[in-house]
Design a protein. Structure first.
Length: 375
């Protein structure tokens, strides 16, 4: 639709003509030297201009880019997404084929070098001419968020193993790990170059995983034994990855703990040797708990109330002497025990340790259900 000017018509415009002018395709204009620029929104319409009213224009010439009407003296530039120009004498017809909005190019017209840190842009970062304005804004307004890795699981034959605390020397086997990954922002890239490292195991090992990490991943390897055969500790599985766009590294871990037990026993045997201690540990344990210190709260059974049996508190010697034993949360009873000579014996997995031993002074010392708070 052509714009109708009152000075050209020579009379007042009708309502329809005024409305038509407001519905003109171009929404702004500017003058750059002798070049008159019109900017268009996205649309699928055509509009014609009679350029003969421009003094000295002298006819319509279409420039090679197909969007500019120009001659040696004066020109008109029509800018917008999908703009094409055709000419017939002094009449230029502008056709908007639709697509993205106008308002000029959405790319940088010249190189831009940042001189400050803004969002994800660091000082000195260069954006080349032709770079997308959208990419520039996203980089500027969105701080880079590195990709993620998580949900590390250890498997044997495709079945997830148990991560519960285990006795020292209670070995297990595995042949793969799986893990998940998430993309970075704003690039939307998964990490790369995954590796697996297993440390604090009796035999440490490393494996190479997928280079191109995806949402779900598996690292397979020959069957490995996981164990702490002689000492307590935590075996750590760790998968590392790298960001595709920065020097960032990511990791996810899974741990398996191997510990010694604390024991409460009831036995008629007086422990005077390692052989005696081994017999009690093998046959007369009332309660036990995997732990990393002496503090725990075992509950006595009827065996501790048997008039032929002494109550024993047995634990790792390196924890040091008992500080306190409280009966049912109220009565101190440490004085009801005597510390015996430390002895060496194995746990139920055959791992040898030196144990500290406390024996009740009397047989049948505690009723069934009595809770001993040991520290």
């Amino acid at each position: 639709m052509a714009i109708i000017l009152r000075q050209n018509k020579g009379s007042e415009l009708t309502f329809a003509e005024v409305d038509g002018n407001f519905q003109s395709l171009f929404y702004s204009g500017s003058l750059d030297g002798t070049l008159l620029n019109f900017y268009y929104p996205s649309s699928s319409l055509s509009q014609s201009f009679d350029l003969s009213v421009i003094p000295g224009f002298g006819g319509v010439t279409i420039q090679d880019d197909g969007t500019t009407v120009i001659n040696a003296a004066t020109g008109i530039n029509f800018t917008g997404s999908g703009v094409t120009v055709s000419a017939n004498g002094d009449i230029a017809t502008i056709t908007i084929d639709g697509g993205g909005g106008g308002g000029g190019s959405s790319d940088l017209t010249q190189e831009l070098t940042s001189n400050q840190n803004v969002g994800g842009i660091t000082s000195g970062e260069v954006f080349n001419a032709g770079s997308s304005i959208e990419a520039l804004l996203r980089t500027m307004l969105i701080t880079y968020i590195e990709p993620t890795v998580s949900n590390l699981n250890i498997q044997i034959g495709g079945t997830q193993i148990s991560y519960s605390v285990r006795d020292v020397n209670s070995s297990l086997t595995c042949d793969s790990v799986t893990f998940s990954a998430g993309v970075d922002s704003p690039n939307g890239d998964f990490p790369e170059n995954s590796t697996l490292a297993v440390t604090n195991n009796d035999v440490n090992f490393t494996e190479v995983g997928p280079v191109n990490v995806q949402a779900s991943n598996t690292i397979s390897f020959s069957t490995k034994t996981i164990n702490r055969a002689t000492t307590n500790g935590v075996v750590v599985f760790k998968v590392n990855t790298e960001s595709r766009n920065t020097a960032d590294t990511q990791s996810t871990t899974r741990s398996i703990s191997f510990q010694w037990r604390n024991y409460l026993a009831a036995s008629s045997t007086v422990i005077a040797s390692g052989v005696n201690l081994q017999s009690v540990l093998d046959n007369d344990v009332v309660a036990s708990q995997l732990d990393t210190n002496i503090a725990w709260n075992p509950t006595c059974t009827s065996a501790n109330n048997d008039g032929t049996k002494f109550t024993y508190i047995i634990y790792r010697a390196s924890y040091g002497p008992l500080n306190s034993v409280i009966q049912d949360g109220a009565t101190p009873v440490l004085g009801a025990f005597t510390e015996l000579t430390q002895q060496s014996a194995t746990n139920n997995q055959g791992a040898t340790l030196t144990w500290r031993i406390y024996k009740s002074n009397a047989a049948g010392a505690f009723a069934s259900g009595t809770v001993l708070t040991i520290s």
